[in-house]
Design a protein around this ligand. Structure first.
Ligand code: SAM
Length: 237
């Protein structure tokens, strides 16, 4: 893995290439180990991740979608093989849509989520990249985006954040769970042609797109050599 850092987010953005990213993800196994870059089920990462997400959302329970008569619709962005939906999102949503551009992952997702599909808990599966997503007005009470928004340079990420404002219900919640650099600079990763944002840049972009940060937590219980992982809960201003 080669990384390049830069004081200027625009310079790092210019290195991101969507085709290179898809080429990389198409070349890795359609498994938890594959989508988590080698931190699969033999490591503490998948379990700690689910516990961390559940704890974070439980603390926010009173802050979103409290109408018992309304269907809680969620969406899982950059869903990979559907791990996040399978292990967590289906427990906090009535129904979940998934978006994932890599065909072998989508094929495996249909296997991983077969039981949930039979239970009517899976909605639409969009086999497209997130920059091509067309939002439907007020569809979601929970938008979850984990370990994939580094594939978008800042201008495209801002556009996606704007689309989320269209797609979110009035009392809905957007959660972004991502790695952070340990400095104020973004870093390019040429393994999967993505970038890791600094916490500072995330907060700047949320504010610029008109999202209010209502809670943030660090993921615990993951190996020390990993980047810090933060969960950001956001509501439209
Ligand atoms: C690190 S994996 C995370 C998968 C899943 N979120 C999880 O936590 O198990 C990154 C995922 O982002 C997907 N991806 C890559 N480029 C994308 C894009 N432009 N839009 C949406 N997803 C993308 C990859 O195919 C891959 O499934």
């Amino acid at each position: 893995m080669t990384e390049h850092n830069g004081d200027d987010p625009k310079q790092v953005d210019s290195l991101i290439n969507y085709d290179d990213a898809l080429k990389y993800w198409n070349s890795v196994p359609a498994s938890v180990d594959g989508v988590l870059g080698g931190y699969g089920e033999t490591t503490s990462v998948p379990k700690a991740d689910v516990v961390g997400s559940m704890t974070f959302l439980r603390k926010l329970k009173s802050r979103f979608s409290n109408d018992p008569d309304k269907i809680k619709y969620g969406i899982d962005f950059g869903a990979g093989i559907g791990r996040v939906t399978r292990d967590f999102l289906h427990k906090v949503c009535d129904k979940v849509d998934l978006l994932e551009p890599v065909k072998p992952f989508v094929d495996q997702m249909r296997v991983e989520l077969q039981t949930l599909m039979e239970q009517g808990k899976i909605g639409d599966i969009y086999e497209i990249p997130m920059q091509d997503w067309k939002p439907e007005e007020s569809r979601y009470s929970l938008i979850w985006c984990q370990w994939c928004c580094g594939h978008l340079p800042d201008p495209a990420f801002l556009e996606w954040l704007n689309k989320c404002k269209t797609a979110i219900q009035k009392d809905g919640l957007l959660v972004i769970k991502e790695n952070n650099t340990t400095t104020d600079e973004d870093m390019f990763d040429d393994t999967d042609s993505s970038k890791t944002r600094s916490d500072t840049n995330f907060r700047r972009l949320f504010a610029e797109a008109g999202w209010k940060l209502i809670s943030v937590d660090r993921q615990k219980g993951v190996p020390r050599e990993l980047y810090p992982i933060r969960m950001y809960a956001l509501k439209p201003e």
